[in-house]
Structure formats: C-alpha cells, structure tokens
Design a protein around this ligand. Structure first.
Ligand code: NAD
Length: 358
C-alpha cells in the first residue's frame, strides 16, 4: 500500500542510471518513487515511458539547486530515503565547460544535503533512525591506476578531470554531513556503466550509432585505456542493497569485474554490428576505427575492488560482459527512434573535440 510515509526521493531519475533505478523500484518496491529531474539534455521522459502512468511514480521537473522546491518535496512526501543521482556526467563536456559541473555536482549536492538535514532533524527518533541519504558517485574520484591493482574504499582521492573533481568534492561534502551532523549518509563509487537508455554521446552507444551509419569510430589516443564495465541493472540492484543494508557513514565500491580496453570494446561492438547488420556496405565496421588526439587528463586505467560490497551485502554482478554487450547492441539497434529523439533534443556533444583525427 502506498502512503506518504513510504516514499523514496530519487534525483536524476530521467537519466541513464536513474531511469533504470526508478523502473526497478516501481516494479519491485513498496515505496512511492518521487523522481526529481531537471530534464537537461541528458534526461528524457522517453526513458521512463512505462512508469510514467504508474501511481507509484511521481515525476517532478526541477533543479536540485532549487532549495525551495527541494524543501517542499521533503515536506510533502516525507521520504524515508534519498537516492541522489542527478549530475552532469560527461567528462568531455566538463573539459569544455567545468562551471556547470561545479554548480550541479557540488552546489546541487550540498543543497540536497542541506534540505535533507533540515528535514531529518525535524523527524521523530524512529524516522531519523531509518532515514538514509545515498549519494551515487564514481570510481573516477580515485584517479588513474597503473597496469596492476584496484581501487578500494580507502584509496586516496586523486581526481584528474573537472568531472571527477566535482564528484570528489561532492563525496567529501556527503562525508562531512555525516561526520559533522550525524546525517545517515552512504556513498557508492561505481565503475563505467553500460546498457540501454544511455545518452548517445557516451562511448558504447556512440560507437553503435556510428558503426551502423558508416561514420568514423573515434577512439582516444592508442585505445588502450582500461575501464571496468558494469551492466546498469546490476548497478541499480547494488544501489538498492546499499540503501537497505549499508552502514551509515560508509562508502561502497561497485564494479563489474570486467576490465577491457576501449579498443577491445569498440572491436567487440563492431563484430556484433557486422553480425546483426549483414547488409551494411561499409562492413567490416572495424575499418571505421579512427584514432583521435587523446583527451587531456585521460585516466589510463580504472579497476574496482568490490570485495566489501560482496562480503557485507552479498552483492555481485549477474551480467557477463558478453551477454550485457549483446543486449545493449540489440537494444540500440531496435530503438533508433529513442536515439533520434533524445539526440535531437540534446545535440550530442556539440563542442566536444572527440573527433579530431590524429
Ligand atoms: P546522466 O547524465 O545520464 O543523467 C543525469 C540526470 O540528471 C539527467 O536526467 C539530468 O536531466 C539530471 N540532472 C542534471 N542536472 C540536474 C539538476 N541540476 N537538477 C536535477 N536534475 C538534473 O547520468 P548517469 O550516467 O545516469 O549517472 C547518474 C549518476 O551516476 C551521476 O551522479 C554520475 O556521476 C554517476 N555515475 C555514472 C557512471 C556512468 O558510467 N554512467 C559511472 C559512475 C558514476
């Protein structure tokens, strides 16, 4: 049964990961999901179509930096938890224009914390006890690894891009609100997500689109940067578990345990597109791979040690990279309308220098 006492406030729930999380919560949980999203270029109601009519979902278009609005949402819905995903998330855009990353990722997070704290302090002891603020963040806060080793929760922060610097700053604020005021916060730092509904400026959907269209497949530098790929559904399951059983004040790393170079990933996508689209005149798609000037501050390798999450909460990823990437390619091939609609609203990376040929 729904009541105002069983709400979860999700921010950024019209984005890639947020929309997957909202759909999981609506399908499986007993909470009403209040979804606060500004609908920037990266957010789309198209990604939420099958939950927009659900009585368990309430969409609110608005900005996390709007303290008045956030305060009203806390007052009206009295959420038992906040799952904070709203952010500017594209590293290339942060290089072109860092100030929006400072505003949304740092100021916006502090605004959410401030209103959560105000709300939490006024609640009954029982409600204060059960309240949680889960901040969804990234392994990029830890910086870059050499050929071996992996990030644990105690790895010192060493962010290299304006994006990761803004996420690191937001993590510090979240930790400070726990230490200073006792707000029951949790932080998750996850590796690169992939799956359906990712805005087509990101590596995997961009490569699928370009491979089908016969456009160059721009790979930064030598293509040997390594990422640990995490299927988005697995990530959202982890977030639910962390919210349920994570210990306040703690950080949890979430990773897919599947390291691949960017070049490997692009070649895999090319093979899948070749198999699924045998009539493309430009096959093999791998012939479209074009090495472009490296991104400044490009981290060489990320790898997550997710032992703590497995040990304490019993989580491990279910999707293998083979099956996950096949599902993802198939989804993009079957959903070209979604790609066209969100791309025309969002102008895929208008000023981003990914396409300079080397
Ligand atoms: P996304 O860019 O796809 O979606 C972000 C959403 O936030 C969009 O719907 C956008 O409209 C909304 N938003 C942006 N600014 C807002 C504001 N001021 N107020 C309200 N809403 C706003 O991002 P994503 O890939 O879904 O990432 C979600 C979270 O996970 C982010 O915090 C990101 O830093 C983190 N993360 C993502 C990845 C990844 O691989 N995608 C990896 C690690 C961490």
């Amino acid at each position: 049964m729904l009541s105002n006492d069983s709400s979860v406030l999700v921010t950024g729930g019209a984005g890639f990961i947020g929309s997957c999380l909202v759909k999981q919560l609506v399908a499986c949980g007993s909470d009403r999901v209040v979804n606060l999203d500004k609908l920037t270029y990266a957010g789309s109601l198209d990604s939420l179509s099958n939950v927009m009519e659900s009585p368990k979902h309430r969409f609110v278009q608005g900005d996390i930096c709007d303290g008045q609005l956030v305060r009203e949402l806390f007052k009206e819905f009295r959420p038992r938890a906040v799952m904070h995903l709203a952010a500017e998330s594209h590293v290339d855009r942060s290089i072109v224009g860092p100030s929006e990353f400072l505003r949304t990722n740092v100021t916006g997070t502090v605004q959410m914390l401030e209103e959560a704290l105000r709300f939490w302090r006024a609640e009954s002891a029982e409600n204060r006890e059960r309240f949680r603020f889960l901040h969804v963040s990234t392994d990029e806060v830890y910086g870059s690894l050499g050929p071996t080793g992996s990030f644990t929760e105690s790895t010192p922060y060493s962010p290299n891009s304006p994006y990761s610097a803004s996420k690191a700053a937001s993590n510090h604020f979240v930790g400070a609100y726990h230490q200073t005021y006792g707000l029951p916060t949790l932080i998750s730092n996850c590796s690169n997500n992939y799956g359906p509904y990712q805005f087509p400026e990101k590596l995997i959907p961009l490569m699928i689109q370009n491979a089908v269209a016969g456009k160059p497949l721009p790979v930064y530098g030598d293509g040997l940067n390594v990422r640990d790929w995490l299927y988005v559904d697995d990530h959202c399951q982890a977030l639910q578990l962390i919210l349920l059983d994570g210990r306040p004040g703690e950080v949890y790393n979430v990773g897919g345990n599947t390291e691949r170079t960017n070049l490997d990933m692009v070649q895999t996508i090319c093979q899948l597109v070749d198999e699924r689209c045998p009539n493309l005149p430009h096959r093999p798609c791998a012939s479209l791979i074009t090495f472009v000037k490296d991104r400044p501050g490009h981290d060489r390798r990320y790898a997550i040690d997710a032992t703590k999450l497995k040990r304490e909460l019993g989580w491990q990823p279910r999707e293998s990279l083979d099956s996950g990437i096949q599902k993802t390619v198939d989804w993009y091939l079957a959903n070209t309308d979604w790609v066209r609609r969100v791309s025309s609203d969002g102008q895929v990376s208008p000023k981003v220098p990914r396409f300079e040929a080397q």
